[in-house]
Ligand binder design. Structure first.
Ligand code: OXD
Ligand code: MN
Length: 580
């Protein structure tokens, strides 16, 4: 496949000269191409076919056991001035990073095929979409990119029209963790990833492009690239609202985006626009609109079943690539919380004994086209995106953070977003279950200094008087014995309903030092098995605890020095005063 874009042609020649592949193959994105890649990988042992009667067109990939999650400590933002990357990123000088990476890439594709993947993040005909080209030596990456993005000939046509694209060079190398780096060069709209074949490290359209590079581009162009799901909620009366929610990795974005209303909410409908990333633009009237740049889901598998996420459970019965799950004796995929079958081989392909840790890796994933979701909203293909009524921040906090509260306005909402903290999960390598600050759920993904990012959020306040209301939720609150106080999953619709009522000014709320909380009677708990006093705990503010929380937030903000916008400091001191 030739291209009329000279810059692209030249770059491909340059990359082929450096990496020295046996062949260069331009991906067209067709079904035939996908199936032929699958056949190649079945032959090479990169994929295993799962039981076709029950899981048609489903495959299992076992990654290298040292390559099972995003590697934040090996991910860098390379800007000429370290301060532009900020304390929230690892930084390397661009020239030094280029030398290091060129040495790794030199000759690394010898004997391999170099795949060229033109892709479009967002609907092909949307002015909000942006394109990229990923070059990779991994057929697994190509197959995943086909499920996750709009990829191939149509994307190339758009690139030729736009003339601009993000360059992403990827090689699995020898999968040696000591030779693994994910580099971002925002000034050159370029990504280089070496030594990993896993998820966000290797599918460059996702975290590297749609968040790190896009957040940089968004700042220059006046929009926002965020780690947010997008969901439509329709009431029995037919009123529709679109909500965007930012939670850290593996904290339930996919579950909330695909929520099934509980039985007592007959007539309510929930449809999914996106489960991980939202690109937000103001339209001419000042309304914030969202598109999902992705076309598929790369979701965490363990925990998924017909109760926790019935739609995801259905969606992954066919045409799905599983990575690092276990298998049953008759070759069905298996994971913790799956309700049928039992594991014969664990995620490494070893006989499952029960004494060697979980059968499926805690960060095992499904890759599937979004169109397989039974509640897929066709508006995900609308070039104009959807109007956002509310932005919801949240984290996994066993204490302190109430079930839900509302920021008093956009500016206070930025402080609420900046204060997000959450227990770490298996989505990234490192310790699990430690509370860390994860502002706007973007700690691993903001491609520039957080202080400048908060200023960018403040700039929206001057541009529109119709901005969405901002909320914070916590589904993960526990009592002293570790028992969850809120049932979560489908029942979260009860909280979303309060949020929508607040957006419509239909309901009042209690003013507290941290924002507006629901009146206890306004959260509908009919039919729920909630013990007396639990809801009161869920909806109360521990003033002393919050004072300490705000003190640690102050310490955290000070790490960003005098680049922190004054408005944010002002919001912080307002809350400190109200609590003190
Ligand atoms: C993801 C993540 O894979 O956030 O979406 O880690
Ligand atoms: Mn994510």
């Amino acid at each position: 496949m030739a291209t009329s874009n000279e810059a692209l042609k030249q770059w491909i020649e340059e990359v082929a000269g450096l990496t020295n592949p046996a062949n260069v193959y331009w991906c067209d994105g067709s079904e035939e191409e996908y199936q032929s890649l699958i056949s190649t990988m079945l032959q090479s042992g990169d994929l295993f076919k799962l039981k076709a009667d029950t899981y048609p067109d489903c495959y299992l990939h076992r990654s290298d056991p040292t390559d099972v999650a995003r590697v934040e400590h090996l991910t860098f933002v390379c800007t000429p001035d370290a301060a532009d990357a900020g304390p929230n990123n690892n930084w390397m000088d661009p020239a030094q990073a280029r030398d290091k990476m060129d040495a790794l890439f030199s000759g690394c594709m010898e004997g391999r095929i170099m795949y060229v993947i033109p892709y479009c993040m967002g609907p092909l005909d949307s002015p909000y979409s942006r394109c990229g080209v990923e070059v990779t030596d991994s057929a697994y990456v190509v197959a995943n990119m086909r499920l996750m993005t709009r990829m191939g000939r149509t994307a190339l046509t758009r690139i030729e029209k736009d003339g601009k694209f993000v360059r992403g060079l990827h090689s699995t190398g020898d999968l040696n963790p000591d030779r693994r780096f994910i580099m971002h060069y925002p000034n050159d709209l370029m990504i280089q990833s070496f030594g990993s074949g896993y998820g966000g490290n290797a599918l460059l359209g996702k975290k590297c492009h749609a968040l790190r590079i896009a957040s940089w581009q968004a700042r220059q162009e006046g929009w926002l690239a965020e780690h947010m799901l997008i969901v439509e909620v329709e009431s029995p009366e037919g009123e529709k609202h679109y909500l965007a929610a930012a939670f850290p990795s593996a904290c339930g974005k996919t579950n909330l985006a695909m929520l099934v209303p509980p039985e007592s909410y007959a007539g309510w409908k929930v449809r999914t626009l996106g489960d991980d990333i939202a690109w937000l633009h103001l339209d001419d009237s000042g309304q914030l609109r969202a598109i999902n740049p992705e076309a598929g889901y790369f979701g965490v598998v363990p925990g998924t079943n017909e109760d926790t996420n019935p739609n995801a459970n259905k969606m992954i019965q066919a045409h799905t690539i599983f990575t690092n799950v276990a298998v049953t004796a008759d070759n069905e995929p298996w994971w913790e919380a799956k309700k049928d079958g039992k594991p014969a081989l664990d995620w490494k392909g070893q006989p499952y004994t029960g004494s060697n840790g979980p059968a499926a890796h805690p960060n095992s994933r499904f890759t599937v086209s979004a169109k397989q979701n039974p509640t897929y909203s066709p508006l995900a293909d609308d070039p104009a995106g959807v109007p956002i009524s509310a932005i919801i921040f949240g984290g996994r906090r066993r204490e302190l953070a109430p079930l839900v509260y509302q920021a008093t306005d956009w500016k206070h909402g930025i402080l609420v977003g900046a204060s997000v903290a959450s227990e770490t999960t298996a989505a990234a390598t490192g310790q699990v279950g430690v509370v860390r600050r994860d502002p706007m759920a973007m700690k691993p993904f903001c491609g520039y200094n957080f202080a400048d990012y908060w200023s960018h959020w403040f700039s929206f306040n001057e541009k529109s008087d119709k901005l969405p209301k901002i909320f914070h939720v916590n589904w993960f609150r526990r009592d002293q014995n570790g028992r969850f106080l809120w049932p979560g999953f489908g029942e979260n619709l009860r909280v979303m309903r309060w949020i929508i009522d607040r957006c419509e000014d239909r309901i009042d709320a209690v003013e507290t030092p941290i924002g507006y909380l629901p009146n206890v009677d306004d959260i509908d708990i009919e039919g729920l098995d909630i013990e007396d006093g639990d809801l009161t705990t869920l909806l109360s503010v521990d003033k002393q605890g919050w004072y300490e929380e705000m003190q640690t937030l102050g310490d955290y903000l000070r790490e960003y020095g005098d680049r922190v916008p004054e408005e944010l400091e002002l919001e912080h001191s307002k809350i400190m005063r109200a609590l003190g």
